[in-house]
Design a protein around this ligand. Structure first.
Ligand code: G6P
Length: 489
């Protein structure tokens, strides 16, 4: 009967994130090309299939004209995506400015930018106003598509005002908020000029989630120290209202990677790579070209390794895939030239007429090429200075069932909490330690490699993105039931 159907019907979920899982490129007046977006959030949520989910977010493109907005909306609807249109000035001040020049570096312990009122991004206050305005635009789109009973799941530092705006629109809405970056110590958070408003707006959510227990603890202590609110083991309490705060470590859709390795085109890729690098061990880095990834530090460690171990010079190669990102933010432009400079110097120093030690690519690879690369790698280097979780480490492990390569992993990545026992953990700031770990990894016995790999492989294949999403949403539903019970008492 209808009841059974009701029960079987999937839970409707509105996933709201700054960036949609597909980005649009305009090919003509009303023709669009859609490409899969990069980043941990997208790669995790792509695997989430058990909900009747719709995505709301920015398609990464400026569409000032009505025709364009209409045709793009139609094209995105096929992918179950709903666009939020942000004008150029908003993108500049909200996305480049407040999100990526202010919150992103602060949350990753890189400090606050200099207030520069003459710079094109203008002052903090005007960026903060744009941030709020953009969050209001997201809230408007959500309310237009919201149906009673929907779960609304807001993502990341771009949308810290969204829970507050959504609850103002409808206090019965089920609202969760999840942060994909670290939440820093309260000593860092309190430097933000808008520290209190940001915390209060997030607290409007029913459930607030982080990747690790430490981030959750930092958030609760920021609420206590900055807002004077009581922190309990359950969350944060404000005049009898509880906001539940907890850790939900994300994962990947590991089956998607494992299955891909069987495909003929991936096998062909692997064969090519093996021939290309025959006789040499392959070391791999895959990162967005971001300050937090510690790419210069990693390359300098590789240089120190070559310097100290001349016998390895023609027997190892480092492939560094650096995916360009946020290229309008000056700090990112500086990083690009810094990395190029270091790579050029080291290749000049240790290269021969026929081979160079570092292959550095400023671009992304398609999914199949990436899987092949992961599979043929001997040692992966994930040396983030800070990282919310870092799913590259998970993807590498998922593709290593036959090779059982070594993962060198920063202790400042959230993933260190879950893959620490199988990986070699390093302090990425300690170049000598990383250089030593490279040698250790390259010389590791097959026995030790297998033990370490098995540990991590088990983790990656059992803590998947599907499970992560299901746990968060069911906890959100429970939280709301609990709150209703409390108010009835
Ligand atoms: C990180 C953030 C995501 C973001 C991604 C890519 O993973 O947590 O929210 O989408 O980086 O960055 P971008 O600025 O290109 O969206």
């Amino acid at each position: 009967g209808t009841d059974g159907c009701e029960r079987l019907r999937k839970q409707r979920l509105l996933v709201v994130a700054n960036r949609l899982p597909v980005s649009a490129v305009r090919k003509g007046e009303d023709s669009w090309q859609l490409e899969i977006s990069v980043g941990g959030l997208v790669s995790a949520l792509l695997g989430v299939k058990e909900f009747d989910a719709r995505w709301i977010g920015w398609a990464g493109v400026n569409v000032p004209d009505e025709t364009g907005q209409k045709t793009l909306t139609i094209a995105l609807a096929e992918k179950r995506c709903i666009p939020v249109f942000l004008d150029e000035d908003t993108v500049h001040q909200y996305y480049n400015g407040y999100c990526n020049n202010m919150l992103w570096p602060a949350f990753h312990y890189l400090g606050l930018p200099q207030e520069d009122r003459l710079a094109t991004t203008r002052g903090f206050q005007s960026q903060f106003d744009a941030y709020k305005k953009a969050n209001q635009m997201f809230a408007n789109v959500v309310s237009k598509h919201y149906e009673e009973g929907d779960v609304v799941w807001c993502h990341d530092y771009h949308l810290m005002f969204l829970p507050k705006f959504l609850k103002e629109y409808n206090s019965n809405m089920k609202v969760g908020w999840f942060l994909h970056t670290p939440f820093p110590s309260s000593e860092i958070h309190r430097m933000l000029p808008s520290r209190s408003e940001l915390l209060r707006s997030v607290l409007a959510a029913d459930l607030v989630g982080f990747h690790t227990y430490d981030y959750a603890r930092h958030f609760v202590s920021a609420c206590r120290r900055i807002l004077g609110l009581e922190g309990t083991p359950e969350g944060v309490e404000d005049q009898g209202k509880l906001t539940r705060v907890a850790a939900f470590p994300i994962g990947i859709d590991s089956d998607r990677f494992i299955r891909a390795l069987e495909l003929p085109q991936v096998q062909d890729h692997m064969k090519e790579l093996k021939e290309r690098f025959a006789g040499r061990k392959v070391m791999l880095g895959v990162d967005r070209l971001d300050m937090i990834k510690g790419i210069p530090q990693k390359i300098l460690a590789f240089e120190e390794f070559l310097e100290e171990n001349p016998e390895w010079r023609d027997k190892v190669v480092l492939l560094q895939i650096a995916v360009p990102t946020r290229t309008d933010v000056p700090e990112y432009q500086k990083l690009t030239s810094q990395v190029h400079e270091i790579v050029g110097r080291i290749n000049g120093r240790f290269g021969t007429l026929t081979a160079v030690p570092i292959h550095h690519l400023d671009r992304s690879l398609d999914f199949h090429a990436l899987c092949a690369l992961y599979a043929v790698t001997d040692v992966a280097l994930v040396t983030s200075l800070r990282d919310g979780m870092n799913l590259v480490s998970y993807e590498f492990v998922a593709c290593q069932a036959s090779k059982k390569g070594v993962l060198i992993l920063s202790e400042f990545a959230g993933a260190a909490q879950s893959l620490g026992a199988g990986a070699i953990l390093v302090n990425p700031w300690n170049i000598t330690e990383v250089a030593y770990s490279i040698g250790y990894a390259l010389n590791m016995s097959a026995d030790e490699r297998e033990k370490r790999h098995n540990h991590n492989f088990r983790h990656v294949t059992t803590h998947t993105s599907q499970e992560w999403a299901a746990t968060f949403v069911s906890e959100l539903n429970d939280t709301i039931v609990q709150a209703q019970l409390r108010t009835r008492q």
